[in-house]
Design a protein around this ligand. Structure first.
Ligand SMILES: Cc1ncc(COP(=O)(O)O)c(C=O)c1O
Length: 371
């Protein structure tokens, strides 16, 4: 039985092999391994693509959040509000920066932070909000920015899963004080190793972020502060420049495949497909369905050779890492109920129609037996 992989990075490489190979060769020829022209070129291109003034590249999307928070002056005792359902990078960096994590429940159907619950979480110690555009669907940025403005808080958008997603016509990453991106290989824009970036329209903030990421100095030997070492390397930058050119077409392909899943799964009552609204352009880093018998469904799909993933099986407040906060299911009812129902189906730009049909047939088969 042939397998339906969750993603296929080799197929992506094959589709752009000559350009990638040439890019890698150029970096090796120039020995431009750390920073240098390829990194600067990618930073400029990525900022231009989003229409922001500054891009500070770094080692990964986790560092990006930490760097942004450090540059915004987060200090011990501060509180930062973030979503209850995300990858742990979003919340662990709050603790790394010395602040206290304050979780906010998600909207039941779009999985993003529920903006209507944020104000109730604000105290005299709150300094900022980190919304995540989870799975590639924008969070409610108008509501979040209005709350931030009213209370004098900063906003860092975690765009790790949402390259080129749009909220009311504008790219995510252009709303907050800063926005962070991951270029982990499986992301919509992925390197061939770890890579990340922070973008901002605030020049002074961008300088502080770059300084902190580069041992506290913008020029070699001039250490204004103690920093960290978080660098994008030349090979990854050159690879990302090649892939950035394809990103619009890959994004469109993901959106078409998502629309096809929506269509094919429409009549399957036991499956809830992703809920989107007209004001948001979801880029489907993940296509997440919900089903009451999720674990059995995942096992049935695995038996049919179909790979699925759960993103994420335990919402952040319920992880052992946060047992100190002693949260209960009723504190975050939507995240609690979604964590046992969500299932991410294979989706990637090169996925064949046949493989998509196989996924749907296996789901239909399971549902016709078990409902
Ligand atoms: C929502 C979210 N935030 C942050 C990160 C961290 O990115 P990285 O793996 O590049 O450190 C990820 C990556 O998985 C993510 O999905």
């Amino acid at each position: 039985m042939s397998q339906v992989p969750f993603a296929d990075l080799h197929a992506q490489y094959q589709s752009i092999k000559p350009e990638i190979d040439t890019a890698i060769e150029s970096v090796i020829k120039a020995s431009a391994f750390i920073r240098g022209p390829f990194v600067e070129k990618f930073e400029t291109e990525f900022a231009e693509t989003l229409g922001v003034k500054h891009c500070v590249s770094c080692a990964n999307g986790t560092d990006a959040i930490y760097i942004a928070m450090h540059a915004l002056g987060v200090k011990p005792g501060d509180e930062v509000i973030t979503t209850a359902h995300s990858w742990i990078a979003t919340s662990e960096t709050i603790s790394q920066a010395g602040a206290n994590v304050v979780f906010c429940d998600t909207e039941k159907d779009n999985f993003n932070i529920d903006a209507s619950q944020i104000e109730a979480k604000i105290t005299a110690r709150t300094v900022g909000i980190i919304p995540v555009h989870l799975y590639g669907q924008p969070a409610d940025m108008d509501a979040i920015m209005a709350i931030a403005k009213k209370h004098g808080l900063w906003v860092i958008e975690d765009c790790a899963q949402a390259h080129l997603a749009r909220y009311k016509g504008h790219y995510v990453g252009t709303f907050g004080d800063a926005a962070t991106f991951s270029f982990y290989p499986g992301k919509n824009l992925g390197a061939m190793g770890d890579a990340g970036a922070v973008v901002s329209n605030d020049g002074a903030l961008a300088d502080r972020m770059a300084m902190f990421a580069r041992h506290g100095g913008l020029t070699k030997g001039d250490h204004q502060i103690e920093g960290i070492n978080s660098r994008l390397d030349g090979l990854q930058a050159a690879i990302l420049s090649v892939k950035l050119r394809r990103l619009p077409e890959w994004t469109e392909s993901r959106r078409q495949k998502a629309a096809r899943y929506d269509e094919l799964l429409r009549g399957v009552a036991a499956v809830e497909t992703p809920v989107t609204t007209d004001d948001r352009e979801h880029v489907y880093h993940l296509y997440v369905i919900r089903n009451e018998r999720r674990d059995e469904l995942a096992r049935a799909l695995a038996r049919s050779g179909i790979q699925t993933v759960i993103n994420y099986p335990v919402a952040l407040p319920f992880l052992p890492a946060y047992s100190r906060l002693q949260h209960k299911p009723e504190d975050f009812p939507h995240s609690w109920s979604n964590q046992s129902r969500i299932l991410s189906l294979p989706i990637y730009p090169e996925m064949s129609d046949t493989n998509q049909e196989r996924v749907v047939e296996a789901i239909v088969d399971f549902c016709s037996q078990f409902g």
